[in-house]
Design a protein. Structure first.
Length: 253
């Protein structure tokens, strides 16, 4: 699988990605899938091929796939900022909208954890999104309590997603961004477009109760799948990813 290198500029920051278009023989225009990764919990491991392998699996089902790094992560520039992530995703959708190979009526988001939260937030406000699969999605971010700022920032610096010592310039405003993006406040806005919530029963990062809260708030059509004994990194769980791919195929016919 050979992808086209994508380089977007958002807020003066380089956002790096890869676009994979199905080969000849597939009908056009293609349904597009944007994969939205989660908040890195550790320094990037070059051997972790979870997202590229998922992109390849979806691509082989005949979808166009955009896999990109949000600001602060991977090959993209900038520093981790959740409101900045929402603008990065909007720019990714804008980019796909310019491509004649993309079906403008079928553009799905597949998000994980923090990337799932951003997917819900954007989809509720951007009707160009036709479907959302949210994996291990928080109902809200639990680490925004007052007093946690130094520990939180040090953690994000230690894993390399906040690179500049002067960032964020306003810590309170930066933290408020996480509160603003809380998916529980936006998930109802996805209906009547399809929503899939996938969560591991043993997720020790985002408790499974978050999925039930989101499901209760969401409108139809909606589906909730709890993967037995699965943890937080659902991109590496075969059962979870098989569920997502089958749902993508069914919801984009």
């Amino acid at each position: 699988m050979v992808g086209k290198v994508v380089s977007l500029e958002v807020d003066g920051i380089k956002i790096a990605g890869q676009l994979y278009l199905p080969g000849t023989g597939e009908p056009t225009p293609y349904t597009a899938v944007v994969i939205c990764h989660g908040i890195p919990a550790r320094v990037q491991d070059p051997a972790d091929s979870g997202y590229p392998l998922l992109a390849e699996r979806i691509y082989r089902e005949g979808f166009a796939v955009l896999l990109f790094n949000f600001r602060g992560a991977g090959a993209s520039g900038g520093n981790f900022d959740i409101l900045g992530w929402t603008r990065d995703l909007s720019a990714a959708i804008d980019y796909l909208w310019t491509l004649p190979q993309i079906d403008k009526t079928r553009l799905a988001l597949v998000g994980f954890s923090g990337g799932a939260a951003v997917s819900v937030y954007i989809a509720a406000q951007d009707k160009r999104v036709s479907a959302v699969a949210a994996c291990a999605c928080p109902a809200e971010f639990s680490f925004t309590q007052t007093g946690q700022e130094p520990v939180l920032l040090e953690h994000f610096r230690s894993v390399g997603i906040i690179k500049d010592a002067s960032f964020p310039p306003d810590v309170r405003r930066w933290l408020d961004g996480f509160r603003r993006v809380s998916p529980v406040n936006y998930v109802a806005g996805i209906a009547p477009r399809p929503l899939l919530l996938v969560h591991g029963s043993d997720d020790d990062v985002v408790a499974v109760s978050h999925a039930h809260r989101l499901y209760a708030r969401a409108g139809d059509p909606k589906q909730l799948v709890i993967v037995d004994r699965a943890g937080h990194r659902l991109r590496l769980d075969e059962r979870a990813m098989a569920t997502v791919i089958e749902w993508l195929k069914a919801s984009n016919k």
